[in-house]
Design a protein around this ligand. Structure first.
Ligand SMILES: Cc1cc2nc3c(=O)[nH]c(=O)nc-3n(C[C@H](O)[C@H](O)[C@H](O)COP(=O)(O)O)c2cc1C
Length: 170
């Protein structure tokens, strides 16, 4: 099917205003991981959503400059781990705020595996283990599209969210 492009990127919206508006957009905090022949990687990401239920598919957006992006593409898999409120420190580690990189970030936290081999966080509220279907380049980012091969979820507890540039438990 042909892609429908309704507006060219680069309209007159000031990027500062765009970021200010996006800071009001409350979102769940996730750690998206990978592992395989190219090695371990992972980042903190809020640009995550489901696409379809049947088949179960999800997407997330990652900056092309992240070393984890290349590893996800080479490994062909990623696992989206939706964080519970007590895992704020882990979010900071995977956001690069503690100067730990790639595999070093996995020294903290209890990690397991589901179907693809990408690390699943044992304390996550939910994990969505995905086989990479497509890495679509959109200007500065890749939109990573995945087929969900396994899920895990915990009993109801507080979700770590990010809004107004701060963490909140919801
Ligand atoms: C709350 C929060 C949400 C973030 N969401 C994203 C995201 O959706 N996509 C992305 O590429 N980076 C996102 N980042 C930034 C990355 O986590 C960060 O740049 C990355 O972990 C740096 O590590 P790297 O140098 O290994 O890529 C987010 C950061 C924070 C604190």
């Amino acid at each position: 099917m042909a892609e429908l492009t309704v507006a060219a990127p680069g309209s007159g919206v000031d990027p500062t205003h765009f970021k200010e508006a996006m800071s009001r957009f409350a979102a769940a905090v996730n750690i998206v991981t990978t592992d395989g022949p190219a090695g371990l990687g992972g980042i903190t990401a809020t640009a995550v959503t489901s696409i379809t239920v049947e088949p179960p598919m999800m997407l997330f957006c990652i900056n092309k400059t992240s070393p984890s992006a290349a590893r996800m593409i080479a490994n062909g898999c990623f696992c989206i781990n939706t964080l519970a409120a007590p895992d704020e420190a882990l979010s900071n580690i995977f956001a690069g705020r503690t100067d730990e990189h790639l595999e070093e970030r996995f020294k903290t936290g209890a990690w397991t595996k589901l179907a693809t081999g990408a690390p699943a966080l044992a304390t996550a509220l939910a994990s969505f283990d995905c086989r990479l279907v497509e890495a679509k380049e959109v200007t500065t980012h890749f939109v990573m599209i995945g087929a969900v091969e396994a899920v895990a979820f915990a009993d109801e507890s507080l979700c770590l969210t990010y809004v107004h540039r701060k963490y909140r438990a919801l």
